[in-house]
Write a protein that binds this ligand. Structure first.
Ligand code: NAD
Length: 478
């Protein structure tokens, strides 16, 4: 069995212990053993990153740009191979894994270009003969903590800007997806960036993750994961006055109006709610449907949900892979039971599936006659389960869309310009989609949510500079 190690100060370093990485599509398939960093190794990674960062910040722009470009190109060139690995360890179908790795490459090539986009501002002082120069400087050592559901993309949209703006990085990936993490770390290492500028420390959240975010030499913590963990990250970072940014869970809604294209609405709901086994922070698990269209929408959607091909992530034709872990599958099945207890009416699906390979499979499920105060419409399930709520008009629909503790994305299906425009302005979310799935965003524009879905400045696009840099105001008298 191969053992994959951590990358600390440019060296592949064995950990204090290892964990197995199990394929959720076939639990007989052990992908490998992965190192778990000790607390001394976390300490050494922080010291190495701190020592390496100033020289990296001073590295000429074109050298930094070239390193990021090399990483991005390697990811795009190897997206078949790495997409297969991602699908094997996380359970998303190969096409989605491949797309994720390609997108990760685009984050690096985008931020390679951002290296050269130097900004700043100049002012005349109120004092005669004094100039003011305002520029951005790196934060220092960035701790990157990432989840398992988009293991390569999420990490890349953090690591790429962190490096581009002159910081060093310590990355702690999720323990469910270490193979994708090691593959990305190998590509970053092979780009030739100096030892210590990028470090990978694998391990548990409560041990390695917590140790990192509590460390006083961390300049900023960027975290994507669940709301519950996000609160712990916020408390630990705040106790050191360390800058932090959180991208958390959500409970996204798709509002389907009676003036929409029905087939497009069904296809949009299907993709948004079920693809990636519902394990997306942007998944539309709440489907809010106008009464005039409700029955036709439910009839078409339920037929398509029932026809979804559930199977091994690496089998051609699979549309829905397994849950990523047994814990996730058990949680999904508990939500199925809860929905029934709460009085939701099951239209299709919801049973655990036994397929040829032992894995964490279930049939995608659709419920109707649900209310927004039910727990299944308030808690992030992260499951291939969607709940329909019937509404009488647009105003009631919008009110339900906004009646949630979360606020990452919201979508509307409509051919009415006035509804689309009103929704765009009044949905209380960080991202709004008109005639598009709630999931699926670009890499060159801001991404993030409101309410309990996010904290701190936006990720991606030029907005990332806000988090990965700090402003210096310099007064100059000639
Ligand atoms: P999680 O919160 O369980 O874990 C996320 C990461 O935090 C992992 O690396 C984990 O090891 C680490 N961690 C756990 N406890 C920690 C602690 N005490 N200190 C430091 N680190 C700790 O989340 P998950 O199950 O891996 O991912 C699913 C969640 O991520 C969902 O809620 C999903 O909505 C969210 N997510 C959000 C976005 C977004 O951009 N908003 C994107 C993807 C996923």
């Amino acid at each position: 069995m191969s053992v994959k190690n951590n990358l600390i100060n440019g060296q592949w370093t064995a950990g204090a212990s290892t964990i197995p990485n199990i394929n959720p599509s076939n639990t007989n398939d052990i992908i490998g053993e992965f190192a778990q960093a000790s607390s001394d190794q976390v300490e050494f990674a922080v010291a190495s990153a701190k020592a390496a960062q100033p020289a990296w910040a001073r590295t000429p722009l074109e050298a930094k740009q070239a390193a990021l470009m090399k990483i991005g190109n390697a990811l795009m060139e190897r997206c078949d191979e790495l997409g297969r690995l991602l699908a094997r360890e996380e359970g998303k179908p190969f096409a989605e894994g491949r797309g994720e790795v390609y997108r990760a490459g685009q984050f690096f090539t985008y931020y390679a270009a951002e290296v050269l986009r130097q900004g700043g501002e100049n002012f005349d002082s109120v004092r005669e003969g004094v100039d003011i120069d305002i520029r951005r400087e790196p934060m220092g050592v960035i701790a990157v903590i990432s989840p398992w559901n988009f293991p390569t993309a999420t990490a890349s949209w953090k690591i790429a800007p962190a490096l581009a703006y002159g910081n060093s990085v310590i990355w702690k990936p999720a323990n469910l997806t270490p193979a994708s993490a090691v593959a990305l770390a190998e590509i970053i290492h092979d780009s030739g960036i100096p030892a210590g500028v990028f470090n990978l420390v694998m391990g548990g959240g409560g041990s390695v993750g917590q140790r990192l975010i509590e460390h006083k030499d961390i300049g900023a913590v960027t975290f994507t994961g669940s709301y519950e963990t996000g609160i712990k990250v916020a408390q630990a970072a705040a106790s050191n006055l360390t800058k932090f940014q959180l991208e958390l869970g959500s409970k996204n809604a798709l509002l389907v109006m009676d003036d929409c294209d029905l087939d497009l609405a069904v296809a949009t709901a299907l993709g948004g709610a079920y693809f990636s086994t519902g394990q997306k922070c942007t998944a539309s698990s709440r489907l809010i449907v106008h009464a005039n269209l409700h029955d036709a929408f439910v009839e078409k959607l339920s037929a398509q949900v029932a026809a979804l091909k559930v199977g091994d992530a690496l089998t051609e034709g699979t549309q829905i892979g397994p849950a990523a872990s047994d814990d996730q599958l058990q949680s999904n099945l508990r939500y199925m039971a809860l929905a029934k207890e709460e009085g939701c009416e099951l239209v299709t699906g919801g049973d655990a599936l036994t397929l040829e390979n032992p894995g964490f499979y279930m049939q995608p499920a659709l419920f109707i006659n649900t209310r927004n105060d039910m727990r299944v419409n308030r808690e992030e399930m992260f499951a291939p389960i969607a709940c329909v709520q019937k509404v009488e008009d647009y105003e009631q629909g919008l009110a339900i869309v906004n009646d949630t503790d979360y606020g990452l994305t919201a979508g509307i299906m409509t051919n009415s310009l006035s509804h689309a425009n009103h929704f765009r302005r009044n949905a209380e979310t960080g991202c709004v989609m008109v005639n598009l799935p709630t999931a699926g965003t670009d890499y060159h524009v801001p991404f993030g949510g409101r309410k309990n879905s996010s904290f701190g400045s936006r990720e991606q696009g030029k907005s990332a500079a806000e988090f990965y840099t700090q402003v210096k105001t310099c007064y100059i008298k000639a």
